[in-house]
Write a protein that binds this ligand. Sequence first.
Ligand SMILES: [Zn+2]
Ligand SMILES: [Zn+2]
Length: 88
Amino acid sequence: MNNVELKTCPICGEDFEPTGCNQTYCSRKCFKAQYNATVKESDFPYYICAECGQKCKLNFFPKKNILGWKDFECPNCGFKRDKNTELS
Ligand SMILES: [Zn+2]
Ligand SMILES: [Zn+2]
């Protein structure tokens, strides 16, 4: 007997059979689509290079992308970020 209630994906509008009780989106693709929509570019922090003083906007969140942040280099002069560089 199949008593699974169909849900409607808020992104693409398709009905789908949820595989988990918390599933809101029909697929990972739709999940990602809404995630990308909630992350606003304007929320990314600024980085000021200790070498050249260039202020640039990051395209990721340092706290969520630890590896990318660890290896971050100044896009202007290529200077590798000092561990102690503060974000503004
Ligand atoms: Zn969908
Ligand atoms: Zn620089």
